[in-house]
Design a binder for this molecule. Structure first.
Ligand SMILES: Cc1cc2nc3c(=O)[nH]c(=O)nc-3n(C[C@H](O)[C@H](O)[C@H](O)COP(=O)(O)OP(=O)(O)OC[C@H]3O[C@@H](n4cnc5c(N)ncnc54)[C@H](O)[C@@H]3O)c2cc1C
Length: 273
């Protein structure tokens, strides 16, 4: 995509009014490899190619070579998502100023299967989709229309923009330039593309990752294999896993194959109770 400045940018629309644009990228997979060579020297080159070295670095949490690369985005997002984004302190950001400029009249409106019930098991989560109720969106729009009108009235009364904006809901849109190194970008994606993250920031994180992945295919592959899609076990869980190994070696107890199957079935039934 080419924007007004004539610069090519890759952009993904997020929800009705938001977007992420990948403005700039510093480095690539080879850059990570070259940075790592400083510590491993030429000797390693003989035994490992770029992919193997990157996978080794990711697997062993040798993260600093990933910090040598950077990605820069232009993001348009609701203020409540921005509040979550700013918690990632390792990024550099510059946000649209509601003191200097008039705020957007666009608001995030949750729709369709985004309208979910409060989760009964996770206080920070959602459960199943609510049956379709027009009144939900009516309530959102009622507040958005009222806030938008009141904001305009206050500006027309010549109230300063920095004060008029305080009545706008957190669904109002803002924009920022956001830059982060690749190591901390992966950390951000791990937290915000996770199923425990709020769905709205996950949508932004997923879109950002989709734009970054073609720029660092080997780093992203290693990140997915060793971090994003990997699991860690607690000490207690490891004890359970070690005990389970008894069952994996069930053959040594002299049970026939049939008896082994029936025995495992009995244990499984116990689990279901
Ligand atoms: C599912 C979810 C729920 C959340 N709920 C809440 C909530 O209810 N309330 C809330 O306030 N926040 C909440 N957060 C935000 C969360 O606590 C973190 O602030 C946010 O995820 C940023 O993570 P981070 O500090 O690791 O990232 P970054 O700020 O990017 O930091 C990256 C890493 O750098 C190091 N680092 C950065 N700054 C410091 C520092 N000052 N001191 C020491 N080490 C540092 C740490 O190792 C850190 O992990 C939530 C986040 C998630 C993903």
């Amino acid at each position: 995509m080419i924007d007004e400045s004539g610069e090519p940018h890759e952009m993904i629309q997020v929800h009705e009014h938001g977007f992420v644009k990948l403005l700039d990228v510093m480095g690539d997979d080879e850059e990570v490899e070259n940075s790592a060579r400083i510590s491993y020297g030429e000797g390693t080159r003989k035994v490992s190619k770029t992919r193997n070295l990157i996978r080794y670095l990711m697997r062993h949490k040798h993260t600093s070579p990933f910090e040598m690369c950077e990605v820069k985005f232009h993001i348009k997002l609701p203020i409540f998502v921005m509040r979550q984004l700013v918690r990632h302190r390792t990024a550099n950001l510059n946000e649209y100023s509601g003191r200097y400029s008039v705020m957007s009249d666009e608001f995030y409106l949750p729709q369709g299967d985004y309208l979910q019930k409060q989760s009964s098991t996770n206080n920070q989560g959602r459960d199943e989709v609510l049956p379709k109720k027009g009144m939900l969106q009516f309530e959102f729009n009622r507040i958005y229309d009222g806030a938008s009108t009141a904001y305009q009235v206050l500006l027309e009364e010549d109230l300063s923009r920095e004060l008029a904006r305080v009545l706008l809901p957190v669904a109002n849109y803002t924009e920022c330039i956001w830059k982060i190194d690749l190591h901390n970008f992966f950390h951000f994606v791990r937290l915000r593309s996770d199923s425990h993250a709020q769905r709205e920031i996950k949508d932004f994180s997923d879109a950002m990752y989709e734009l970054v992945k073609p720029k660092f295919p080997l780093c992203c592959e290693a990140f997915e294999d060793y971090v994003r899609d990997a699991v860690t076990f607690s000490k207690k869980e490891m004890e359970v896993i070690r005990d389970m190994r008894q069952l994996w070696t069930i053959g040594k107890y002299g049970l026939s194959e049939r008896e082994q199957t029936e025995f495992l079935e009995k244990i499984k039934q116990g689990d279901d109770q």
